[in-house]
Design a protein around this ligand. Sequence first.
Ligand code: GAR
Length: 210
Amino acid sequence: PRRVVVLISGNGSNLQALIDAQSYDELGGEIVAVISNKADAYGLKRAHDAGIEAVALPHREYDSREAFDGALIKVIERHQPDLVVLAGFMRILTPRFVQRYYGRLLNIHPSLLPAYPGLDTHARVLADGAEEHGVSVHFVTEDLDGGPVVMQAALKVRRGDSEERLVARIHAREHLIYPIAVRWFLEGRLQLGTEGPTLDGTALPPQGMR
Ligand code: GAR
């Protein structure tokens, strides 16, 4: 089976969605390791409970971003992945890392990119009174939250939506689309070509599949 390494920093609900998909044979491959830059991330327990190797690699133990990414690459390479999946991994990766996994590095971001890159997307969406919000799966490039989008799910912001409620609705959509995008990649249907991402050989639109 094709091999997946998942990087997390926290709760790992997206990791759980991927683990669940794998348990139904719907992932198209096997999660061979989960690595967290935070030792207390709940996602590490999720991995452990699923019988997946769970590795804590606290970034604070490294002097620089380069040193941390070097250590991260070493751990990842032990597992020879076909795909590296960022699932709530809250560290900026160095160009060296991004180049090494170019075309086999996916991220999920809680906004309809290119709208709302960066942090605190939900609060900003509410503060702006935006009508639409959503989630994006994209290939990671050196352009932070700017890599080519593969797939999005959109929702209408409801009048009176609290941030908590909005986050819950966003999460539900993340858990729906991330396992699909990962499966497409592992089945060889989704690729990052020189002209951008393709699905079954056809160029994806700028917003990806919706
Ligand atoms: C998710 O909402 C993901 O989109 C977001 O962190 C959350 C992690 O939740 N990622 C980013 O903001 C990336 N900059 P989870 O740990 O429960 O999967």
